[in-house]
Design a protein around this ligand. Structure first.
Ligand code: NAD
Ligand code: WQD
Length: 345
């Protein structure tokens, strides 16, 4: 019989790609999302790719009564919890909304997991918990630093809530995946990132500039202590990132966990500078990007990349896509969104 998985935030960017991977791996998916940062039409894209239409329930994870109706039907024994607000800058302006949404949603989920004996939780954490480490690459043992934003703090506190709950209650197992910088789209260009308003993240800004929606890309700072002076990140293909969730679930369901709470870095292990992204994007998509170099962005860390060895060895998971493929997929998705002709591979 197929294993059921509840995917909160499943119409979002990472959630939708993960749902595709789950369906392709034979899981039965139920999505719950309040559509605060996504659209129901994403389900059509998932269906077009997989041939399967996952169950969808529009509900808010802060609403425990609505969530309980789902648990009551008993159709899943695992949860992947993506639902959260994620805009770093907005979280500084509206800290209570971020704490309320990100923490209450998680507390509701764990409370109902206890009540209904649902054992498995995969949680979306972030490399933001490491801040700027003294030593790179970051391993899972790299100390977590005080968060730079309320958003970052919700990830740190969420990890602690899960760790403490797993320890205290004994019925729940959890894997927290610390994502580095997810980019790109499904190669079919049927699903991808749907940023609202002016993007804060690099890749949607790059693709929107290429499409003429934004006039010019600002590259924040060229005077960092890095080989080319630009910031460095670990950009992980969204499809590879999605596959890590299936590996985590398989590990939990297959009783292969070494501890009841485990943490994995999900990155490529390669640091790439902002300018390398821009130049590679231009090259693989055969276009010129309008960009200018401006001052540093407040709060930016200089360099960050993962040591993914633990995930490689324990989850059997590897980042497989090349930066070329990923930046092609990002542009194809933007072409589709903008109604442009999608360039051939
Ligand atoms: P996203 O905004 O595209 O997806 C989140 C989804 O959750 C959206 O569809 C939104 O409508 C939904 N949602 C938000 N609050 C909800 C609530 N209370 N109830 C029900 N649904 C709710 O974001 P994403 O990039 O797919 O991120 C998914 C998760 O991964 C988040 O927890 C985020 O913090 C984490 N994460 C993202 C990144 C990144 O760079 N994108 C990096 C590290 C961690
Ligand atoms: C990447 C690089 C910018 C935009 C954020 C969150 C973090 C995590 C991932 C969730 C940086 C540069 C960007 C632009 C630029 N999310 N840049 N011009 O800063 O690594 O992290 O997303 O957990 O919490 O803080 O990602 O995509 O914003 O920036 O030059 O218009 O691109 O300076 O070096 P970041 P990003």
């Amino acid at each position: 019989m197929k294993q059921g998985v509840l995917v909160t935030g499943g119409t979002g960017y990472i959630g939708s790609h993960t749902v595709v991977e789950l369906i392709e791996a034979g899981y039965e998916v139920i999505i719950v999302d309040n559509l605060s940062n996504s659209e129901e039409s994403v389900i059509d894209g998932i269906e077009a790719i997989t041939g399967v239409r996952p169950d969808f329930v529009k509900a808010d994870c802060r609403d425990i009564v609505a969530l309980e109706e789902l648990f009551d039907k008993g159709k899943f024994n695992s949860i992947i919890h993506f639902a959260a607000a994620k805009a770093v800058g907005e979280s500084v302006e509206k800290p209570l909304e971020y704490y309320h949404n990100n923490l209450l949603s998680l507390i509701n989920i764990i409370s109902l997991m206890r009540k209904y004996n649902v054992p498995n939780l995969v949680f979306s954490s972030s490399c933001t918990v490491y801040g700027q480490p003294d030593v790179l690459p970051a391993t899972e043992q790299t100390p977590r630093l005080e968060a730079e934003s309320p958003y970052g703090n919700t990830k740190r506190i969420s990890e602690d809530i899960i760790r403490d709950s797993v320890k205290a209650y004994g019925t729940i197992k959890s894997i927290a995946l610390r994502y580095f910088n997810p980019i790109g789209a499904h190669p079919s260009a049927l699903i991808g990132e749907l940023p609202r308003g002016v993007p804060n993240n690099l890749l949607p800004y790059v693709t929107q500039t290429a499409a003429g929606i934004r006039e010019v890309l600002s590259i924040f700072g060229d005077d960092y202590n890095t080989p080319d002076g630009f910031c460095i990140r670990d950009y992980i293909d969204i499809n590879d990132l999605a596959a890590a969730h299936v590996a985590a679930l398989d590990r939990m369901i297959g009783s292969k966990m070494k501890e009841s709470y485990e943490v994995f870095n999900i990155g490529t292990g390669r640091g790439v500078s902002t300018m390398e992204i821009v130049k590679t994007f231009e090259k693989v998509n055969d276009l010129n990007l309008n960009y200018r170099i401006t001052g540093r962005r407040a709060g930016d860390i200089e360099a960050m990349w993962a040591d993914p060895t633990y995930a490689n060895e324990e989850l059997g998971w590897y980042a497989r896509k090349s930066l070329y493929e990923t930046l092609r997929s990002a542009w194809k998705w933007q072409q589709r969104l903008s109604g442009l002709e999608i360039s051939k591979d």
